[in-house]
Design a protein around this ligand. Structure first.
Ligand code: GLY
Length: 422
């Protein structure tokens, strides 16, 4: 099986690595990729948001399966074009990708499926902002305001704050640029990212993971695309995991079929485990980054065959997934100034070590690997438990040199110390 992967992050590097271990995968191509993925796959450069270019590439490289990593091409309907060309695609249709692309659609599906989620309101008129803010945050008895960009914002459009002025200023800034704002009630409790391979009403859940969205130690500072992750979650009871699958994911998948927008691909459920039980923070229509880097490090089942089965409408025949024992921890190395405008073009040393996945990297004409984006590398450690996996990840990190870069030193620490409970 020849597989074309679309994307250029560490998530796509992790997908390629797992695909390369599947005995049925005979060829890998990536577009556009990065300096790390070039070691595993033929690298091609197309505009991944242009459906015609992606289809032409898939035909040119004789792809048996196209795997679309990022949300933007999915929301634009690239998977529909790939399927219309008669090819097998892992990734939802434009209609189904609205579960991520349109917060209003996601809320509608959740309401129809009876799924617990935050109370919310869309504000698109700046004159209505102040009265809407009064219905959320401390005036409404919530500890904080949750203000989200209603457009795709690579994880950086969310501000959670007890400071009304900060909430107001973020919302006003979004409205100024023409983006509607979503105000939500605050969901209190540890967060879980659960990835499910979905094919219509068939749901195959992966290991649960947790990611770290804030840039600073102890969950401080602005939101990022993700600074680290770990899997599985030793503190998440099995019955809560099963409840999420049977009371949230399966009803949502069934509702999407009922509404004639069946989901086929990876449904990412972001949850908070509140005192009243699990509640949905968000849905995404693709693998999460950086959780994928940790989750796939533990997968033993053949990934190419799994994704092909989902894309071909045969997921129900695939059976249960197999996982290796133990834990995995991913730590993201970010460029100076990230999540602001990152400094790029610096030499990266040590990025060829095992366990290092590339994101914002490029190869210079002289052969050196240089930074080319905000999140530069994902370092993955594995071990018998989170303590060992953390130790391995931070050990690898010691050999990486990138001027001005930063990473969090507390990824998975509280979980490893048994300090998270539900
Ligand atoms: N880890 C957050 C995301 O992928 O959206």
């Amino acid at each position: 099986m020849r597989v074309l992967v679309i994307g250029s992050g560490a998530r796509e590097h992790a997908l390629l690595l797992a695909l390369s271990k599947d005995p049925q995968v005979t060829g890998l191509v990536i577009a556009p990729g990065n300096a790390g993925t070039a070691r595993l796959a033929e690298q091609r450069n197309v505009d991944i948001t242009n459906a015609d270019e992606v289809v032409a590439l898939a035909r040119d490289v004789s792809a048996d399966l196209v795997v679309i990593g990022p949300e933007v091409p999915l929301v634009l309907g690239v998977a529909d074009a790939v399927r219309a060309a008669g090819l097998v695609c892992f990734g939802p249709s434009k209609a189904a990708a609205r579960i991520e692309g349109s917060k209003a659609f996601a809320k509608e599906i959740m309401a129809a499926a009876g799924v617990r989620t935050a109370r919310s309101e869309i504000v698109d008129n700046p004159a209505r902002l102040d009265e809407a803010l009064d219905r959320f945050g401390p005036p409404a008895g919530d500890p904080a305001w949750v203000v989200k960009d209603d457009h795709l914002a690579a994880g950086k459009g969310v501000v959670v704050t007890p400071d009304r002025e900060a909430a107001r200023s973020h919302a006003a800034g979004l409205l100024d640029t023409g983006h509607p704002v979503l105000l939500e009630s605050f969901l209190d409790g540890p967060e879980v990212s659960l990835f499910c391979v979905v094919d219509g009403e068939t749901v195959v859940p992966l290991l649960p993971a947790q990611d770290f969205k804030r840039v600073g130690e102890g969950d401080t500072g602005p939101n990022t695309g993700g600074m680290g992750a770990y899997a599985p979650l030793p503190w998440l009871p099995d019955d809560v995991y099963r409840e999420v699958v049977s009371q949230i994911v399966e009803p949502v998948a069934a509702e999407m079929v009922r509404q004639s927008s069946p989901f086929s691909g990876l449904l990412y459920v972001g949850l908070a485990i509140t005192a009243k039980g699990p509640a949905v923070v968000e849905f995404n229509c693709r693998f999460g980054d950086p959780e994928t880097q940790a989750v796939l490090a533990l997968l033993e089942s053949p990934l190419g065959q799994l994704l092909y089965a989902a894309g071909a409408g045969k997921l129900a025949e695939f059976g249960e997934l197999r996982w290796r024992d133990g834990a995995a921890v991913t730590v993201v190395v970010a460029a100076e100034n990230y999540p602001g405008r990152p400094r790029v073009g610096d030499t990266v040393i040590g990025s060829e070590a095992s366990g290092v996945l590339h994101a914002g990297t490029a190869r210079r004409d002289d052969g050196a690997i240089v930074s080319s984006g905000g999140r530069v590398l994902s370092v993955v450690g594995t071990g018998a438990d989170l303590v060992e996996a953390r130790a391995q990840a931070y050990d690898i990190l010691r050999s990486i040199k990138l001027a001005g870069s930063h990473f969090r030193t507390d990824i998975a620490q509280r979980a490893a110390e048994g300090k998270i409970s539900v």
